[in-house]
Ligand binder design. Structure first.
Ligand SMILES: NC(=O)c1ccc[n+]([C@@H]2O[C@H](COP(=O)([O-])OP(=O)(O)OC[C@H]3O[C@@H](n4cnc5c(N)ncnc54)[C@H](OP(=O)(O)O)[C@@H]3O)[C@@H](O)[C@H]2O)c1
Ligand SMILES: *[C@@H]1O[C@H](CO)[C@@H](O)[C@H](O)[C@H]1NC(C)=O
Ligand SMILES: *[C@@H]1O[C@H](CO)[C@@H](O)[C@H](O)[C@H]1NC(C)=O
Length: 317
């Protein structure tokens, strides 16, 4: 009798142990598959046009080049006419008449939801839009406490990162609903999915908004053939991140965008770059209090350096 109970306990513990080990093992192999092996979707199947916001620099610009290389026509949305011109010129220079490019000059931080819907709606009229990438974003000029972010700064971060992405999506969705096909990618940020992002609170909160917004509408429109996704980058070497050189943990926008487009149409939330997945695993293995303490101090350091730099500049002026 005692022996039988002992056996049953051993069996039970073994089963529980087996399954709790199985989960991370399956997770690991699935990650290898997703990041390195899985075939990307044929993006032209969604339609012949891709809309990219914030396509004049950094990740958005690199994504525009990647999409053009797949033969997609581009509708580039940006606030700076000359940067839009030079970006389209560069892409035309590479792909010639193979891709058609149109541009929309629109300051997403200064336009109301209504204006955005109208401008984008007019620009896509008659176009077979298959892909939308909401990439435009603004971050803090430097790490600051919440009460220091003046309302103008707060307004533009909330407007560009959250509101504009919402209204551009609203404008493009009907085209996709009609043809029952489409892919929408919102470029979120790890800052919105880590335990905290002190000294960048409003920015991180807008990115958390994008994650939840994407997850929810991806469920709503799955049956309509529309694949909606939030991508979560960690650092990428762009002007926003104030990082010029790529490194092991920080891809260039070109490298990031190659991984990015391999994921379009798949998971509702994903981390396209493998170095970023590694960071994710480390962060989520840490106790939250340790992470909070470390990041707060790290950002305080960045803030101190930025303030010193700004005051030096002010003295020169
Ligand atoms: N770099 C990173 O480490 C990192 C990490 C996580 C997430 N992200 C996210 O990735 C996205 C792209 O960032 P990035 O690093 O490539 O930044 P970036 O180099 O500063 O490029 C941002 C793009 O958005 C455009 N934009 C900004 N404000 C706009 C407005 N009011 N109206 C229209 N366009 C506007 C910019 O236009 P201009 O050319 O006129 O400035 C530029 O084309 C953002 O959503 C960002 O939050 C970046
Ligand atoms: C920040 O912006 C949001 C929306 O744009 C607004 O509702 C809020 O009152 C602003 N907060 C501050 C502190 O200015
Ligand atoms: C991710 O970024 C790293 C760092 O720049 C780069 O070496 C690597 O090739 C990228 N990997 C993928 C799968 O995108």
């Amino acid at each position: 009798m005692a022996m039988q109970l002992h056996d049953a306990v051993v069996l039970l513990v073994s089963i529980v142990g087996f399954f709790s080990l199985l989960k991370p093992v399956i997770g690991f192999f699935n990650w290898v598959w997703v990041v390195f092996l899985r075939r990307p979707k044929n993006l032209k199947k969604y339609g012949s046009w891709a809309v990219v916001t914030g396509s004049t620099d950094g990740i958005g610009k690199a994504l525009a080049f990647e999409l053009a290389s797949k033969g997609l026509n581009l509708l580039l949305v940006g606030r700076n006419p000359s940067k839009l011109e030079s970006t389209s010129g560069e892409i035309r220079g590479l792909y010639g008449t193979g891709v058609e490019i149109r541009t929309v000059v629109l300051d997403l931080g200064k336009s109301s939801g209504e204006e955005i819907s109208r401008e984008i709606g007019d620009a896509i009229e008659g176009l077979d839009v298959g892909i939308l990438i909401n990439n435009a974003g603004v971050a803090y000029p430097y790490s600051m406490f919440f009460h220091e972010a003046d309302s103008e700064l707060n307004q533009s971060i909330v407007q560009v990162n959250a509101e504009a992405a919402t209204w551009v999506t609203r404008a493009v969705l009907p085209v996709m609903l009609k043809k029952k096909k489409g892919a929408i990618v919102n470029i979120g940020s790890a800052s919105g999915s880590v335990p905290s992002y002190p000294l960048n609170a409003i920015y991180a909160a807008t990115k958390a908004y994008l994650t939840m917004f994407s997850r929810s509408i991806s469920v709503e429109y799955k049956k309509n053939g529309i694949d909606i996704q939030c991508q979560i980058p960690f650092f990428v070497a762009t002007k926003m991140a104030k990082i010029r050189k790529s490194s092991f943990l920080i891809p260039s926008p070109e490298i990031y965008s190659k991984a990015s487009i391999r994921h379009i149409g798949y998971e509702p939330v994903c981390i396209p770059n493998c170095s970023h997945s590694l960071l994710w695993a480390v962060i989520h293995a840490l106790p939250v209090t340790v992470f909070d303490h470390y990041l707060f101090n790290y950002n305080l350091g960045l803030r101190k350096r930025a303030l010193a730099k700004y005051s030096i500049k002010a003295k020169v002026k």
